[in-house]
Design a protein around this ligand. Sequence first.
Ligand SMILES: CC(C)(COP(=O)(O)OP(=O)(O)OC[C@H]1O[C@@H](n2cnc3c(N)ncnc32)[C@H](O)[C@@H]1OP(=O)(O)O)[C@@H](O)C(=O)NCCC(=O)NCCS
Length: 175
Amino acid sequence: MQSQLQNGKVTFRPMQFDDVPVVAAIDQVSFPSPWSESTYRQELRENRAAHLYVAEQHSELKGRAEIVGYVGFWYIVDEVHISTIAVHPTLRRRGIGRMILNHALEQARALGAELVTLEVRESNRGAIELYRAFGFTLRGRRPGYYKDTDEDALVMFKERIDLYQQDAREKVSEH
Ligand SMILES: CC(C)(COP(=O)(O)OP(=O)(O)OC[C@H]1O[C@@H](n2cnc3c(N)ncnc32)[C@H](O)[C@@H]1OP(=O)(O)O)[C@@H](O)C(=O)NCCC(=O)NCCS
């Protein structure tokens, strides 16, 4: 399946300190309780379990790469917990979220994780659809987990990450 992106390829690299202002700006417009720049810096500097990646889109017109989204996860023993994932609001529904989640799952597999978990707001239908498309299943609920809206979190799991391979639906050209 060809990428729906019209404006250059998307690539991934580990998040750097210099990326934090752009990442935090996307976070601000993506989450009801966004992470601050200092939270991202702390994750990068102090959390040895944290793995953070940015997705960049290379614009031929602009002659440079721009951050279009990112993902963070914590790798603890044999488990990966996705802590954050977002795509710039103006670039959603073009397959970038799918590419980013695929990248995170590839990294989880490479690290040797067996299980990937995450929490998602019950009202976040788009994200839930995305996770389901990747084979995540509903495993629980944390009542009132999100204090800002007193909303429940759904807990989703994807098991046997060692066997993870992009399926046809997930396969999106990154070129
Ligand atoms: C969730 C998010 C990362 C998805 O990114 P995206 O680039 O828009 O996702 P994609 O275009 O790759 O969508 C892949 C699939 O996910 C599902 N999906 C994504 N957004 C959806 C929406 N708003 N409504 C319904 N389904 C949606 C669809 O199945 C979609 O496939 P399709 O476009 O072929 O129908 C993005 O909406 C986002 O950044 N949201 C704000 C932050 C957030 O809520 N993060 C998740 C926290 S748990």
